[in-house]
Design a protein around this ligand. Structure first.
Ligand SMILES: *[C@@H]1O[C@H](CO)[C@@H](O)[C@H](O)[C@H]1NC(C)=O
Ligand SMILES: *[C@@H]1O[C@H](CO)[C@@H](O)[C@H](O)[C@H]1NC(C)=O
Ligand SMILES: *[C@@H]1O[C@H](CO)[C@@H](O)[C@H](O)[C@H]1NC(C)=O
Ligand SMILES: *[C@@H]1O[C@H](CO)[C@@H](O)[C@H](O)[C@H]1NC(C)=O
Ligand SMILES: *[C@@H]1O[C@H](CO)[C@@H](O)[C@H](O)[C@H]1NC(C)=O
Ligand SMILES: *[C@@H]1O[C@H](CO)[C@@H](O)[C@H](O)[C@H]1NC(C)=O
Ligand SMILES: *[C@@H]1O[C@H](CO)[C@@H](O)[C@H](O)[C@H]1NC(C)=O
Ligand SMILES: *[C@@H]1O[C@H](CO)[C@@H](O)[C@H](O)[C@H]1NC(C)=O
Ligand SMILES: *[C@@H]1O[C@H](CO)[C@@H](O)[C@H](O)[C@H]1NC(C)=O
Length: 889
């Protein structure tokens, strides 16, 4: 018997073992399936969680198991699966579950207290769900938890004292919730806490608990953008392990604690910006030489000098104290820290200097100390900080001359030294080839504007106003992509380079009585005459070239036609191909024959070629626009592009009916409108249109553009908005034509056409010269010019009778509005005073649209809304698009 039993034991044992393994395995599978059964999983992300699954449950989505052979579930990680439903406590039957991560889902319920039954649970991540309700006292039941993340939910109410019961907590993130009230003192019981985030709880109204200083393991304190008020407890800045301290955007006040202890040893980021903090920082703070007299000068010195003081601040990368009321000398030591990247102290009352030791800050990237009382020279060493890309120290008391190297950092992008007391000349800038913005306004700089500025390829904002600069404006500057060029109130003289004056407000030049040029109070008479003749000559030359080019093309085309008398439109032979989106019933020959001087519309035609009115055999009229085919578009892509244009259906956009093309030419066929263009109308001396009609035109054009920009797929740019391209139908409803030609002829051809034909056009925005690609804002600008034409009744470009002085409307308007009551003088005197208010409001819109800085211009939709609010008439909804089909002819 005994032997029997003993022989049986191994068998029994092995049997039990297998059974145990089996049960535990099935059980865990079942537990998981039960947990899944209460969850809604619309994307079927948990498809592997299935009894039929061939996989072991440890291999199911999101499951982590301990190492085999035990292979028990230790982690369930179901982040970002769009899960909702109920978080069931059944999961707590997993005996070894330590991590439950359900972040980034749609669980919509109170804090799942039932999970406190998970006795091994250490990490609970419910961040970014729809958890609501308060934190109940029972939260303290989660004894085992080390990491709790409830951030980005809708948890509300007070944080209970009971939170102090979670004595094992290392990470507590309650950020971005709706917590309110006072933060309980029980926080000081969380002595294991390393990471505390109570940020973005704008309803919290609390002092920072003074006991926080007892949490000596704290490495990160994130309390930004909440409602913390009162003083910063001394103990906060005494925490030794602190790496990140962010108290920014609260309501903290009072004098900032002086007792920086060894908290500075590990500190990487210090941010107390946007509070109401006062006082000064201790002298010698962050002094790298270890010469620290920390706290010694304060009354509250408690006798303990920081033991590791020599290492202080060595890890500091970000120091942000901007927008407070700090005063006293800015800590010198900060300027030479080897790891410092960011110093922001603007809008305080700091005094002090920028020392030469800044050269040791070899990683410094960004300095903003505007609006303080820094008083020193600009250190010559500034240029040796090769990582510095922003240096902004406006509104201080900096004095002396700019050192030649001040802008030598090869990555320098923004430099603002305006509103200081700098004197002497502006050095030649050669090395900061990434410089985008340079402001030296409101100093006492003398000498000439350095010509080397013209060699800075991306310089866009240049403000040298209110100095004592002399000499002339370097010609080279007009090659830059300047969106802002302000040299007002200096003592500059001579001729302003023409490209600088067009498109920039005249106010940027004012206060320089000796500057001359078109649009300025003083014209340069001699130069003007010469410039005009030159223009006239080139115009004549250009016209000749165009004509001869046109003749050649006509001859070639005629040749082709005589040769291929009997081609068929779709036959793809004979060099001509046609695609009609409407049944036009006309042959190419007939079309070409019909395009002669008699049928040419308008004077001189559009920008790319002339437009002809052609009568179809049916008696209907169509407009045909002739373009030069540079030939870089294949027939197929040409068809695709024109089709894109032809599909547009909007009441304010002319319909494209079809096109035909040879290797040399493209004829675009548009619907014909009875009246002529807005441009032709404004040009007439008897132009008389009441304001309501003008407003209607303005709104219509804006709607058409808004449709192209935003509603139509693909989004299109017009790229040639001008009054000549706005046709009016019999009811004065405007229709845009000539749009999207860049797509038809190709960008290169379009650009070269612009370069030759567009030259002195005030419809072109200032950034045209430098912007790499066309933008909506460019259309908005051109639209603004059209709006000015409607408001003033003046042509955008017109030869003033007599003098031959080329005055464009924008300069004219800008000069007018600079004087008192000038705006009213801009309005078309032929319109009755009763419309004055509306017209002035429209003028404001037009000025926004034509602002020199593209980012200041509104979108076309904003323009539509603004104009509609001026008009009481009902707005018509754009017709919906319908797909045009190729109609075989
Ligand atoms: C999980 O799958 C891998 C291969 O896909 C396999 O090697 C492993 O044994 C599986 N684990 C379990 C516990 O079944
Ligand atoms: C979650 O839903 C969003 C929006 O419905 C969807 O874009 C996303 O792909 C979904 N994610 C998953 C993992 O199914
Ligand atoms: C919780 O999950 C979110 C989303 O992935 C993550 O950003 C966060 O770091 C996690 N929290 C913790 C404490 O690990
Ligand atoms: C915090 O600790 C103190 C002293 O150890 C204890 O009296 C108090 O009950 C604790 N508070 C909480 C909420 O656990
Ligand atoms: C900041 O505190 C002041 C009183 O110190 C209070 O009047 C003010 O409402 C608070 N502001 C905010 C945003 O909490
Ligand atoms: C520290 O204090 C001593 C004596 O008061 C003084 O001589 C020294 O200049 C101070 N050092 C700094 C860096 O302030
Ligand atoms: C300069 O800072 C003060 C606070 O120190 C603030 O009141 C003022 O508005 C700031 N000035 C500018 C121009 O930002
Ligand atoms: C330069 O500083 C002045 C004063 O603070 C400010 O008004 C201006 O906008 C700044 N210029 C640029 C380009 O940042
Ligand atoms: C400019 O120079 C003149 C003459 O040297 C001087 O009177 C004036 O104060 C200077 N202006 C400024 C702003 O420095």
């Amino acid at each position: 018997m005994a032997t029997k039993i003993s022989t049986c034991i191994p068998f029994l044992l092995s049997l039990t073992f297998t059974f145990a393994a089996l049960t535990s395995s099935t059980t865990e599978t079942d537990i998981l399936l039960t947990f899944k059964s209460s969850i809604k999983d619309p994307s079927n992300s948990l498809s592997t969680w299935s009894p039929a699954s061939p996989d072991h449950h440890c291999n199911w989505t999101g499951i982590t198991c301990s190492a085999p052979p035990s292979a028990t579930v230790t982690g369930v990680n179901l982040q970002s699966f769009n899960l909702s439903g109920e978080i069931s406590a059944s999961i707590c039957q997993l005996p070894k579950l330590t991590i439950l991560d359900l972040a980034d889902n749609l669980f919509n319920q109170p804090i799942p207290l039932q999970l406190s039954a998970c006795t091994s649970l250490e990490t609970l991540n419910l961040s970014n769900n729809l958890i609501w309700g308060t934190i109940p006292d029972q939260i303290s039941r989660f004894k085992s938890l080390k990491v709790v993340d409830l951030s980005r939910n809708h948890v509300e109410g007070r944080i209970p004292e009971a939170i102090g019961g979670l004595i094992n907590l290392r990470t507590l993130n309650l950020g971005s919730n709706l917590l309110s009230g006072n933060v309980p003192s029980a926080f000081e019981n969380l002595t294991e806490l390393v990471y505390l985030d109570l940020s973005q709880n704008s309803y919290l109204v609390s002092e920072i608990p003074s006991g926080i200083g007892k949490l000596e393991k704290l490495e990160q304190i994130l309390l930004q953008s909440s409602g913390f008020y009162g003083q910063v407890p001394d103990s906060v800045v005494g925490l030794q392990s602190l790496v990140i301290l962010d108290l920014s955007q609260n309501n903290l006040s009072g004098v900032f604690p002086q007792k920086f202890g060894s908290s500075l040893k590990n500190l990487v980021s210090f941010d107390v910006s946007q509070n109401k903090l006062l006082g000064s920082f201790p002298e010698g703070l962050c002094n790298p030489k270890g010469l620290i007299n920390l706290s010694l000068h304060t009354n509250s010195f408690d006798g303990t000098l920081p033991s590791t003081s020599i290492d202080q601040c060595l890890n500091l990368e970000r120091f942000q104290v901007q927008n407070n009321g700090f005063s006293g000398d800015f800590p010198d030591g900060l300027w030479s820290l080897s790891k410092i990247k960011l110093i922001r102290a603007e809008n305080n009352r700091f005094s002090g200097r920028i020392p030469d030791s800044i050269s040791e800050a070899a990683q410094l990237e960004q300095v903003q100390i505007d609006n303080n009382s820094f008083s020193s020279e600009i250190p010559a060493a500034l240029g040796s900080v090769k990582t510095l890309y922003r240096f902004s120290a406006s509104l201080n008391d900096l004095y002396g001359e700019l050192p030649p190297s001040f802008c030598d950092s090869p990555v320098m992008s923004i430099m603002n030294l305006s509103h200081n007391s700098l004197s002497g000349p502006i050095p030649q800038l050669k090395n900061c080839r990434k410089l985008v913005s340079l402001s030296l306004a409101e100093n006492s700089l003398t000498g000439e504007i350095p010509a080397s500025l013209a060699n800075l390829p991306v310089l866009t904002y240049l403000d040298l106003s209110n100095n004592n600069l002399t000499g002339s404006i370097p010609q080279g500057l007009q090659n830059l992509k300047l969106a802002l060029f302000n040299v007002s109130y200096n003592r500059l003289s001579g001729r302003v380079p023409p490209a600088l004056i067009s498109g920039l407000p005249a106010s940027f030049m004012e206060g320089n009585p000796n500057l001359c040029g078109p649009g300025l109070p003083t014209p340069c008479s001699d130069e003007l005459a010469r410039g005009h003749n030159h223009n006239r000559h080139s115009a004549v030359a250009f016209a000749l070239i165009t004509i001869s080019f046109g003749v050649v093309i006509l001859l070639v085309a005629a040749g082709i036609f005589t040769y291929h008398r009997s081609f068929h439109r779709k036959a793809q032979k004979g060099g001509w191909h046609s695609v009609f989106f409407y049944p036009l019933r006309i042959t190419e020959q007939d079309l070409i024959m019909a395009m002669n001087e008699k049928s040419a519309m308008g004077s001189g035609g559009g920008a790319y070629g002339r437009v002809y009115a052609v009568t179809l055999p049916s008696g209907e009229l169509v407009a045909v626009k002739k373009l030069v085919n540079i030939g870089n578009q294949s027939s197929k892509s040409l068809k695709a592009e024109v089709k894109t244009l032809a599909k547009i259906r909007h009441k304010n956009i002319v319909k494209v009916l079809g096109f035909c093309h040879s290797d040399e030419s493209i004829f675009l066929i548009y619907e014909h409108l009875e009246k002529r263009s807005l441009g032709d109308m404004i040009k007439r001396p008897d132009f008389l249109l009441q304001w309501s009609s003008r407003l209607r035109i303005a709104i219509g054009v804006a709607q058409g553009l808004a449709y192209l920009h935003k509603d139509y797929i693909p989004h299109l740019l017009h790229r040639n908005v001008k009054s000549n391209n706005i046709l009016l139908d019999a009811d004065c409803e405007p229709k845009l034509t000539d749009f999207g030609l860049d797509r038809v002829v190709g960008e290169t051809a379009f650009q070269s056409t612009i370069a030759s034909e567009y030259a002195p056009s005030c419809y072109i925005p200032p950034e045209h010269g430098y912007s790499k690609r066309a933008t909506e804002q460019m259309d908005v600008y051109s639209y603004g010019v059209v709006l000015l034409e409607l408001i003033s009744g003046r042509q955008a470009e017109q030869d003033c009778s007599g003098g031959g002085d080329f005055v464009d409307i924008l300069k004219w308007v800008r000069r007018k509005i600079n004087i008192a009551n000038g705006a009213i003088q801009v309005l078309d005197p032929k319109i009755s005073n009763s419309s004055q208010q509306e017209m002035l409001a429209a003028l404001d819109i037009a000025l926004c649209c034509t602002s020199a800085a593209p980012e200041k211009r509104p979108s076309m939709y904003e323009v539509v809304r603004a104009l509609q609010s001026l008009s009481t008439r009902r707005v018509q909804i754009p017709e919906t698009a319908e797909e045009p089909d190729d109609v075989p002819v």
